[in-house]
Design a protein around this ligand. Structure first.
Ligand code: SF4
Ligand code: SF4
Length: 346
């Protein structure tokens, strides 16, 4: 997001005509989508596929930059090449040019003769489970271990590295880890009552209110996003799909009455003959399950030799199947997951 910080700050410092010129297509930019949207909202156009060619200086003064137009081509591995279009260089007038290249991990401070192994991008080689480097008493976590991620990931790394360090200091095997604790607990309170709010809210995601553009551009320190007030925050929270509450199916209880199929608002429950190939099974569902990134749930064979197949991708966790089922073959159960943390055992 360095480029977005630079351009938006330039507007706040009085820049009237601020542009962002990017080598890649806009969709490949590393900046977050919402940062790009906010920049465009502040009248900052994005020029994609323009590779810097030269600064233009006249009489000792910068007058602008020339750019080579390119198109992005991707090979079968998704590796991108920026191929010149052959058009004339594009000149853009400018009295200031900010090169926004961000930051990178760098380890010049680690001597290369101490036995530490370095791999891709000149990053230390770190074990993904133990966070131990090739020097057994040195541990890495966060961006320094595997490149840029978020703070939540860095904290999780810290916990796991701390567990490793504790084991290392006690001469224990750092690769031996406690399995995560997982648990499913029924949320049923009555026929139509659940411990969670199963109601489905069909409204669109609430947008975070912003201060108006002129006010924002006149104050460098003013936070643009105002955040949700209590009411808006409550409304947004009510859109939660309760993904932590799972639909759990018990083959032995199912009498194959198909009542759950009728009631499911997204038609994601199916009773059908099994197929050898998953692709065939996905295709013949009431609504074809086309998202291969999401597994489908296939039960054991039932009494009629059919299987229950559920497309998890479109389940709303509304609980209607479990309310309708006469034998409690469906239940809504809250999933808990806990891992060992520093100073605490799961
Ligand atoms: S929880 Fe709702 S959407 Fe999901 S399978 Fe049951 S009825 Fe369908
Ligand atoms: S409603 Fe219950 S018993 Fe009937 S088909 Fe669905 S899971 Fe089986």
């Amino acid at each position: 997001n360095t480029a977005m910080d630079c351009c938006r700050t330039s507007r706040r410092l009085g820049g009237k005509d601020v542009k962002v010129v990017v080598r890649s297509p806009q969709k490949d930019m590393k900046a977050s989508d919402w940062e790009i949207e906010d920049a465009i909202r502040e009248d900052i156009p994005i020029y994609e596929n323009h590779v810097p060619a030269e600064f233009v200086v006249e009489n000792g003064k910068l007058t602008g930059m020339k750019f080579e137009k390119v198109t992005a081509e991707y090979d079968e591995n998704g590796k991108r090449s920026l191929v010149p279009t052959g058009e004339d260089l594009v000149f853009m007038e400018a009295d200031e040019v900010i090169i926004a290249i961000g930051q990178d991990n760098a380890f010049p401070w680690i001597e290369r003769d101490i036995g530490m192994e370095f791999g891709d991008w000149d990053m230390p080689v770190v074990d993904k489970v133990t966070f131990q480097s090739s020097i057994k008493k040195v541990f890495f976590g966060g961006d320094a271990a595997f490149g840029p991620e978020n703070i939540i990931t860095a904290v999780a790394h810290g916990h796991q590295a701390a567990v490793s360090i504790d084991k290392f200091c006690h001469d224990a095997d750092v690769t031996e880890r406690l399995a995560p604790m997982t648990n499913l607990v029924s949320q049923k309170m009555g026929f139509h009552e659940w411990t969670y709010d199963a109601h489905i809210d069909h409204t669109d995601r609430r947008l975070v209110p912003h201060v108006d553009k002129d006010t924002a551009l006149n104050n460098l320190k003013l936070e643009v996003e105002k955040g949700f007030d209590t009411n808006l925050g409550y409304e947004e929270a009510m859109r939660c799909l309760n993904c932590d509450v799972q639909t759990v199916f018990s083959e032995s209880l199912c009498i194959e009455c198909d009542a759950c199929v009728d009631v499911c608002p997204t038609e994601c429950i199916n009773f059908t003959e099994p197929e050898e190939e998953e692709a065939d099974l996905r295709q013949k569902l009431l609504v074809a399950a086309t998202n291969w990134e999401q597994d489908i749930y296939v039960s054991d064979t039932l009494k009629t030799k059919r299987v229950m197949v559920k497309d998890e991708n479109v389940c709303l966790h509304c609980g209607l199947c479990a309310e309708r089922c006469p034998t409690s073959a469906w239940d809504m159960q809250k999933y808990l997951y806990n891992v060992t943390k520093a100073g605490k055992v799961a």
